[in-house]
Write a new protein. Sequence first.
Length: 221
Amino acid sequence: MKLKFNPEELPIQSIAGEDAIPESHLSAAWLKQRFAQPGLWTPETTDEHLLATIETFKPASVLMPLVMREAGLTLLLTHRAVHLNDHAGQVSFPGGRFEDSDGTAIETALRETEEEVGLHRRHVDILGVLPEYKTSTGYQVTPVVSLVQPPFDLKIDPFEVASLFEVPLSFLMNGQHHQRRVINLPDGKGQRTFYAMPYQQHFIWGATAGMLRNLFHFLRA
């Protein structure tokens, strides 16, 4: 199902509102320890997958690249090209569909990231994976969390990616910045609630925001 709407114009239903992850926990060393000893936590599910028109979801992976800047960790994100069939123009993680030659979800994330934004895997330190996320476009996505050590060169594939930007991880890991917005579905099919995390001129929402919510829950558990 493809819906024609501007998500930025939809009303804010509520703010998630949880306390921010402490700054001391948003370091490379702490994150490595957290993924090495994950402990018990409960992923958050959304109703996005109910909008899919297929029963069997296609496997895919994205890389959640945490860049080790001097001022603190940032998350590298993309604006998808506007002509794409799925999630055109939206903020996204680099990634894409699983191919048999990949072998693993992590390999898919690394390969797709190299192809889309030119980030070579030698700069990438894999921390671990988060629970799979089902999208409205019929993909079952594995989020692969990683640290990225500068300096590195990037070269976007203009067919896939319009632009790149970075967001401080501290901003994203603060429940006060997590909005719940609502869309009324056509033909009396009810409502859908989705997360949004606006940052400056960038509107982070939908599947990207949903996966960030699970990173948030994982780190605060």
